[in-house]
Design a protein around this ligand. Structure first.
Ligand code: ADP
Length: 162
């Protein structure tokens, strides 16, 4: 049984995240999406960890081998704890690479059994980030193509204080 973890802030989940989750679910027997608290982005989160987990659970409900969890410690330790063999990461552009490469090497040092698997972003969603969603939505733009339909209303309500 090959288990993978897919970590991120998911503040909020986007179509780009869902694309990576769907593809990872085909490659591994089990995938756990892990909502992490990113120290660098900690004070800029728009959604609570509970909201982010709930959003991800709602948009992955049709993927039976996908689970959602949250964690605030070291990813390498979490991987050991749940017996994951790989960390899945999405790569949008060269700009994602340097940081991801560094994280991958650090995780490997901390947990030598752990591999990082990079999936290239889908051409249609490679411009998408949670920040783009937050920006467009707060300024009144249409986010229906950017986020899964199950969660778009809740995102709009919170970001526009409705
Ligand atoms: P963001 O950079 O949007 O705040 P996260 O920290 O939540 O994203 O990202 C979690 C993971 O998902 C990272 O590996 C990131 O590269 C990947 N990812 C984010 N947006 C996309 C996208 N549009 N397509 C593919 N992968 C993505």
């Amino acid at each position: 049984m090959k288990k993978a973890i897919y970590p991120g802030s998911f503040d909020p989940a986007t179509m780009g995240h869902l694309d990576i989750i769907t593809r990872a679910a085909k490659l591994f027997d089990e995938v756990t999406v892990v909502v992490m608290t990113n120290v660098r982005k900690k004070n800029t989160h728009a959604f609570t960890v509970e909201e982010r987990v709930d959003f991800l659970r709602r948009c992955t409900k049709d993927l039976p081998n996908v689970q959602v969890d949250s964690y605030s410690g070291l990813l390498a330790e979490y991987a050991k704890k749940v017996g994951a063999v790989a960390v899945v990461k999405g790569l949008r552009a060269v700009s994602d690479f340097e940081d991801e490469f560094q994280q991958s090497l650090t995780n490997k040092k901390l947990n030598p059994e752990l591999e990082t698997v990079f999936l290239t972003a889908d051409a249609d969603s490679m411009f998408l980030s949670s920040s783009v969603v937050k920006q467009v939505c707060s300024l009144g733009g249409d986010i229906n193509d950017f986020v899964p339909s199950e969660i778009s209303e809740d995102i709009i309500k919170k970001l526009r204080n409705i």
